[in-house]
Design a protein around this ligand. Sequence first.
Ligand code: SF4
Length: 368
Amino acid sequence: MKIKSTFSQSLISWYKKNARSLPWRKTKDPYKIWISEVMLQQTTVNAVIPYYERWVREFPSIADVSQAPLQKILKLWQGLGYYQRAKNIHKSAKIVCDGYAGQLPEEAESLRRLPGFGPYTTGAVLSIAFNKRYPIIDANVRRVIMRVLAIKGCADTTQDKRILEFLHQTMPHRDIGIFNQGLMELGALICRNRQPLCLLCPVKQNCAAYRKGVQEIIPTPKKRNIQDIAAAIGILERNGHYFIQKRPSHGLLADLWEFPGGKLGEGETALQAIRREIKEELGCELEKAEHIMNLRHFYTSFRVHLYVFRCKLKSYPSGDQTHQWVTLKELSNYPMPSGNAKLVARLESENSVERIGLSPGGISKSCR
Ligand code: SF4
């Protein structure tokens, strides 16, 4: 027990001296802590900062989120990925406004009923915002505790039972939010995935992996299986308006907007694919397609290679709720998958698709 209290004291005093100054650490507002914790599940701290700052500027309170159209929510989330999480924030904000006067409830049972509140988000909000005694496990915490306890194997949820047991025994009765944040910060700054900085570590006396010299092989490195996907995209432009369509409300990248196109079939060229996709998706015949650029985008488990064509059709689809013709300026209001958003940025930087076609030195070159 003494070892366990040394562990938490050392961790807490290290965190108080060494924690990075981050925007969401300057607030006690449970709403802002909730938003930051959901965003931090997506990507790195540095990548989250501008998203977080933009979000709280646009939506200073839960009521502002609840009243915003979903399209605006998704637009502010664009690039973070896992769009279902943004939709869950939107749904939860409405429930909190209707049932809890716009304030997040402080009880675990009530929080867990809100969309998107799994064990991690619930524990993070309860411990950091309300200082309640709930442990949390993210990738950093899992790695740190696996090393502290010298648990061999892959860093996955099968380890969490032992980790939770340790956390329940070790967690202090005050400074709970600091203890949880300290573990995550230790994982991010000191007990890093590769080359942990054990000599600087405040809990090295309590660390079995360090004592045994096995910290570099715990946890077992994951083998990443990155899939390559090739897709063709068609830019349809008429009178300064571009055609975009909304993805279905379920499945991958649901409710985002995109240019028409899709994956290349087996043995199919990009040109054949765009001809087929335009026929299948829009019921229109391609008259001419000019390959104007290539784009690449990396997701967590796949890499997308996009072949972009400027297309002329024999006849054009008309607009409706899920198919729209919009100006280049208006395009930036629509939430899009990152590859499409990159394309819009390219179009904006060149100012018009016509200039792309006319300028062989412009973006009609292959761009990555
Ligand atoms: S001593 Fe090394 S391996 Fe152990 S917790 Fe600290 S940084 Fe991680």
